[in-house]
Design a protein around this ligand. Sequence first.
Ligand code: DSN
Length: 421
Amino acid sequence: MSNTFFGSDFDELNATDPEIAKVLLDELTRLRSGIQLIASENYTSPAVLTALGSTLSNKYAEGYPGKRYYGGCEVVDVAETIGIERAKSLFGADHANLQPHSGASANIAVFGAFLQPGDTYLAMALPHGGHLTHGAGVSYSGKWFNPVHYGVAEGNEDIDYDQLRALAREHKPKMIIAGGSAIPRLIDFKAIREIADEVGAIMHVDAAHFIGLVAGKAIPSPVPYADVVSFTTHKVLRGPRSGMILCKEEHAAKIDKAVFPMMQGGPMMHVIAAKAVALKECATPEYQKYAKDVIVNAQALTAGLAAEGMRPVTGGTDTHLALLDLQGIDVSGKDAEQRAGDSGIVLNKNSIPYDPKPAAVTSGVRVGTPSLTTQGMGVPEMATIASMIGRAVKSDNPAVHAEIKAEVLDLTAKFPAYPRP
Ligand code: DSN
């Protein structure tokens, strides 16, 4: 069986390794038959998958275009140069580095460029919406550096800029990180720039979650304010699973040296080519409409879930994701994830700010609309899905979950992920 979505000859794989070929097919079936609400996932285009499945994977190319440590890089140089120029143009950035393998490794490079072990920096607390690489004790960022965490105000649940300013004045951090993985509201980049300037700190925005919305001009950009912006390329941005860094010209050499050779060796040229393809796709009017639709859908889904008794943290969302507090319906995040999963709806449990439950249980769930919007779903479908989620998470009856699963199949048949040619 041939399937172009794998970006290479599927028959060949099937003949060589039917076990792994089956995994690829099973995953495609899983995507096609369920509702994917993981806020950090999306469906890349067949063009991106084709670049990923290409012979560029074979090439060692340590260094940068025109300055490599291997011969034979003249072809892959073209892909990386095109990608860099596309990134600079799309985001209005002075400099772009497309080599980080992931968001976490992009962040290691940012630490490597600006901090020494033991240095103090400010970042959003993980239980308030931050990220593991922003100072969690189990991460290099918490083990080797000295993180001081700010959070959200208990009242409006939005970033507490007064606390951030006070902590910056008290601790004089070398760097302030903005961004995280469960922040439904826009971040005030201007305010953070002013605080960073006041204390002489580098401003680092980890834009992994929302950079696709910036690319689609649906929300304001951190690029004019930040010294450095790191991100993953596979969320709303809809590229391959990977990372990228943008920065001001004055930091370009430092960032490049921190990515290679400090943090990693040979770049993955097939992934860099796939990132270049995604950046081209992001520069189209269709993508700009997509980015706006992602937010409209997230707001519609959030309103529908609120009507089901699931309280949106901060009262709503300005972005692609929402965080829902389930205490009002007396269901844990863990149970909600399980019950939704049993009903064909994939979402994740998530701590809410000031969560009384441990991280393995949680009082909340996080939902996002990048994947559904790629499938072409809109506001009417968000209302339907909100109602399905409400029914699924409030019931522990397998028959109810089976009934919802059948409805999910009907809906996804109308809006298939990766439609068959
Ligand atoms: N793990 C990603 C997320 O789901 O938000 C962030 O790295």
